[in-house]
Design a protein around this ligand. Sequence first.
Ligand SMILES: *Cc1c(COP(=O)(O)O)cnc(C)c1O
Length: 220
Amino acid sequence: MVELIHGLSPGLVRSNLERVREEIAACGRDPQDVEILAAIKYVADDELVALAQAGVKLVGENRAQDLARRARTHPGLFAWDFIGTLQSRKVRSLLPYVRYLQSVASDSALAQLARHGNASTEILVEVNVAGEGGKSGLDPPELEAFLERCTVSVVGLMTMPPYTADPERSRPHFAQLRQLAERNGLRHLSMGTSQDYLVAVQEGATIIRLGSTLYGRSAS
Ligand SMILES: *Cc1c(COP(=O)(O)O)cnc(C)c1O
């Protein structure tokens, strides 16, 4: 486990956010149409206020216990999305806190959503577009039938392509996710991390999920 980040400077995070927004605009997209989600798994609890001061509005958490604790102790600070591997037995404890469960990809999770979700529950379905073995997410051919089995509102798709030093390698995966969303009439595309967010924005991302890019010194 890596050490959690302490001593974040709101000014640094703010300038990183501004830089990302400028890059989004330079791609020909309206920055209003691309939400920047701060992935907070690297960040200590007591840094969340600094993120809010920096202008972060939306955060994503990978562990259910962390999300519930942090959301409970920081009410009203952010909107919270769950972006980690979703264990179905955690669905119920997450629902009171999350805006979107972004990473739904199992029938056991759907069963829990059918039991504990309600009319305002909104999810994204995670798709393993790269077909990586051992990774979470549905195989693309399974998507349509899975959507038919969902009893709560599906607002989009999410994907996490393989690690790469070359962002262009993610482009075909993002393009495929967009096609799957279009074919199924889904609005949100959660795709792109620090390694490839600009390619994701070019391919239509509506939510990019950023960690290191926001917390590190800017490369330029
Ligand atoms: C950690 C994480 C991110 C952010 O990754 P960075 O490379 O630090 O930008 C995005 N999505 C998910 C699902 C993550 O776990």
